[in-house]
Design a protein around this ligand. Structure first.
Ligand SMILES: [Zn+2]
Length: 120
């Protein structure tokens, strides 16, 4: 079940590696959720909404003039919305979201990863 995360506050933070694009850089104190224990992503690499990715996809389709695209776009949107934690800014970083997004796009579009990345 999805958790409405609640910060533990300033007293009980945990010290964990602070990562940038999956690479640990330094130890920093992280707040965690008092309900489920999930440690919060505190980096600048924060999760964004599904809308951001749908927008990126529509830009990509517009520039590449892909045929039959609106159906595929709906399928991609549905897949993103079905991922329960996709917009969870505790567990997700934008980098992690990009990896998921690219994986889904490659299922429906014959577009190389480096092209997709240009729209993110
Ligand atoms: Zn929680």
């Amino acid at each position: 079940m999805k958790c409405d995360h609640k910060d533990c506050g300033n007293i009980e933070k945990v010290w964990l590696p602070y990562t940038i694009r999956d690479i640990p850089v330094v130890l920093k104190s992280h707040p965690y959720c008092i309900h489920c224990g999930m440690v919060k992503n505190i980096g600048s690499d924060r999760a964004v909404g599904v809308g951001y990715f749908i927008n990126a996809l529509s830009q990509m389709e517009k520039h590449l003039k892909l045929p039959g695209s609106s159906i595929r776009m709906r399928l991609v949107a549905k897949e993103l919305e079905n991922i329960e934690d996709f917009e969870d800014n505790y567990s997700m970083s934008k980098y992690a979201q990009e990896k998921i997004f690219i994986k889904i796009i490659k299922k429906y579009y014959n577009t190389p990863e480096r092209i997709i990345q240009q729209y993110l």
